[in-house]
Ligand binder design. Structure first.
Ligand SMILES: [Zn+2]
Ligand SMILES: [Zn+2]
Length: 112
């Protein structure tokens, strides 16, 4: 499975460059996606140093020459709360044929 769309068990949300999103910084509404270019930590799920949230270029910095980190991780603070999925993404998941299997699984999970 590629990195286009994946699932983050830690933050309980879809990730990957196929997922539209907005910057997780509380004061920012920049439109990004959940690809590696925007992840705090520079690796899937944030690697060893990042929180795995997603930020625009303004809110990711290089701290101590390590990977790209958000302000919270760069300063040793606990991560920001995550933001909810965009309306665009929720609409895609509930209507797009590529999510048919997922929708069936949701129904079964509710029914069981
Ligand atoms: Zn972080
Ligand atoms: Zn931002």
């Amino acid at each position: 499975m590629g990195w286009s769309v994946s699932y983050d068990e830690n933050w309980k949300r879809d990730i990957g460059y196929g997922v539209p999103s907005i910057c997780d910084h509380p004061d920012c509404n920049e439109e990004i996606d959940r690809g590696l270019g925007y992840v705090c930590g520079g690796e899937p799920y944030g690697g060893d140093q990042g929180c795995g949230l997603f930020f625009c270029g303004k809110h990711l910095s290089y701290y101590k020459k390590s990977s790209q980190l958000c302000d919270q991780c760069g300063n040793g603070r606990s991560p920001f709360p995550k933001k909810p999925d965009t309306e665009e993404w929720i609409h895609h998941k509930t209507t797009d044929p590529s999510w048919e299997q997922w929708r069936q699984e949701q129904k079964e999970a509710i029914a069981s």
